[in-house]
Design a binder for this molecule. Structure first.
Ligand code: NAP
Length: 311
């Protein structure tokens, strides 16, 4: 049987590492497009802006996954806003041009997007038909602008005949110490006694266990009816105060100093990040995956935390 091949543009980071390990264990060949000096045979250099020899890897590949994007964990001043936008739009347009000219392009293009697109809410959870847009309380105007432009660039770039999937992913929780693994940050804060509720603590947190994230991609690949936006998140988002309580219990830290809104603003300034990443209420559910019968191994945060925080 022919070995399946996955191209991971921007696959040198957190999500790419998870996906490459998961699919390689299952017999796939994964090729990572990176702007860095290649570290292994599986990595191929490109610059994310210009056409080049790297395009040959697209010929006959089964799946293209585009994960390119500067981390949103930074201050949103004008220079970073430009970099956040360009790092998503330019590689997407470039891949679109390359795929359009390939003789045998991948049948499926999975494009990273974000569950942050959905409106800040304390009401019913949003599935793929949920409201999209910014809310002043969430301070998320730029994030929505960024995510909308990112999805629009993908819709403009993808040639007809290739199955388009937009991965509206919630934060992926993993075991490692990667900077983009939010669980590793929360684990450190909780160990230092700072694992109290954040702000008023009622804001919902959408999340997904790293294994379910990879399994969801496997399902998307297998189920050709899945097209367009797909929410990739656990079915049970929970309020921040509950999440922090579970973490304190798991890490045997009965006390966690809460962080009121003013402290979050101050902390975010010194840590060169934005409070939106914490205060926005993200209540998103995986409508399409559930409708397709996908079963989560870790549907509840307590089970996911138990698994990911065990030695
Ligand atoms: N982590 C999460 O929980 C989460 C949740 C929702 C959405 N997302 C989105 O999913 C994508 C992947 O997330 P991640 O956590 O794996 O991020 P990551 O670890 O920061 O990896 C992103 C990769 O994008 C590449 N990149 C950055 N700037 C680029 C540019 N200007 N041109 C081309 N490539 C560029 C980098 O690869 P090289 O430096 O090797 O070229 C980097 O390894 C991101 O776009 C992120 O916003 C992540």
């Amino acid at each position: 049987m022919k070995t399946k091949r996955m191209i991971l543009a921007g696959g040198s980071g957190f999500m790419g590492g998870l996906l490459a390990s998961y699919f390689e264990e299952r017999g796939w060949t994964c090729v990572v497009l990176t702007r860095q000096h290649p570290q292994s045979d599986r990595e191929l250099r490109w610059d994310g802006v210009h056409r080049g020899d790297w395009e040959a890897c697209l010929e006959g590949a089964d799946v293209l996954v585009n994960l390119c994007g500067k981390s949103v964990n930074c201050r949103y001043h004008p220079r970073n806003r430009r970099a956040l936008m360009n790092s998503r739009l330019l590689p997407t347009r470039l891949l679109g041009e390359a795929v359009a000219e390939a003789h045998k392009p991948p049948e499926l293009w999975i494009q990273a997007s974000t569950a942050t697109l959905y409106r800040h809410t304390f009401g019913d959870p949003w599935d793929e038909h949920g409201d999209i847009g910014a809310h002043p309380d969430a301070k998320d105007a730029f994030s929505i602008e960024l995510a909308t432009a990112w999805e629009d660039a993908f819709r403009d770039a993808i040639p007809p005949g290739i199955r388009p999937v937009l991965l509206r992913s919630a934060m992926v929780l993993g075991r490692g110490n990667d900077l983009n693994n939010v669980l590793s940050v929360l684990r450190r804060l909780t160990r230092f006694g700072l694992g109290g509720k954040m702000g008023h603590g009622h804001q919902y947190v959408s999340w997904i266990h790293e294994k379910d994230f990879c399994r969801a991609l496997e399902r998307i690949i297998a189920q050709s009816e899945l097209v367009g936006p797909v929410n990739v998140c656990a079915p049970n988002p929970l309020p921040n105060h509950q999440m922090m309580r579970i973490l304190r219990r798991r890490l045997s830290r009965p006390v966690g100093i809460p962080a009121p809104a003013w402290a979050l603003e101050l902390g975010a300034f010194f840590l060169r990040t934005e409070t939106e990443l914490i205060i926005k209420s993200r209540r998103v559910i995986p409508g399409k995956l559930l409708a397709g019968g996908f079963e989560f191994e870790f549907p509840d945060f307590s089970r996911a935390a138990e698994d990911l925080l065990s030695p």
